[in-house]
Design a protein around this ligand. Sequence first.
Ligand SMILES: NC(=O)c1ccc[n+]([C@@H]2O[C@H](COP(=O)([O-])OP(=O)(O)OC[C@H]3O[C@@H](n4cnc5c(N)ncnc54)[C@H](OP(=O)(O)O)[C@@H]3O)[C@@H](O)[C@H]2O)c1
Length: 173
Amino acid sequence: MAVQSIDGYITFHDGLGTASWASREDAEHFRATMATCDCSVFGSATYDVDRVPITSSIASQRLRVVLTRRPEAYAEDAVPGALEFSDAPPAEVIAGLVERGYERCALLGGGRVNTLFLAADLVDELVITLEPRIFGAGTRLVDGPCDLAWELVLDQALNESTRLLRYRRAARR
Ligand SMILES: NC(=O)c1ccc[n+]([C@@H]2O[C@H](COP(=O)([O-])OP(=O)(O)OC[C@H]3O[C@@H](n4cnc5c(N)ncnc54)[C@H](OP(=O)(O)O)[C@@H]3O)[C@@H](O)[C@H]2O)c1
């Protein structure tokens, strides 16, 4: 799940969070969609940007897994079952979540972690908010080559200029 500019960037020039440029309607959609998930996965660079809101909203009913090659660097922030740091490959992360009974995981970026999961074909659904902005530079939704086909299952207006696009993975070729 991501919010992006028309030209495919998920960050504005400041590299900070989306609050300065994503719409209120996207924030509402994000909260509503997250309420349907029991866990999420994202990269350490995303965690570093959003550390304060994340650590101040620890909830054991929704596990957050941060991917990092340096879990020890984040040991002080870890709360087992709520905020965990993992250096496992994506397929192992997902297998571990399934084994623990988690059913619906939101992949929350950023571009590098999205690429790891997409390259391993571990994503069932894309939920993309398209904001009416062009940035010309920044972090891309996906930052490496991959070739996966998708079927559009929802194209909804969130406001007069913001669209919500939902795709599911097309049958494997
Ligand atoms: N618009 C949106 O919807 C949205 C969503 C999410 C994020 N963002 C933005 O995206 C930006 C971050 O994106 P990003 O692409 O730079 O970073 P990212 O994907 O969030 O995290 C990348 C980091 O993950 C760690 N990592 C773990 N396993 C790895 C592996 N196998 N290979 C490589 N790295 C691995 C590395 O840090 P270690 O050194 O810790 O290993 C790497 O630097 C932030 O500005 C954030 O605000 C936007």
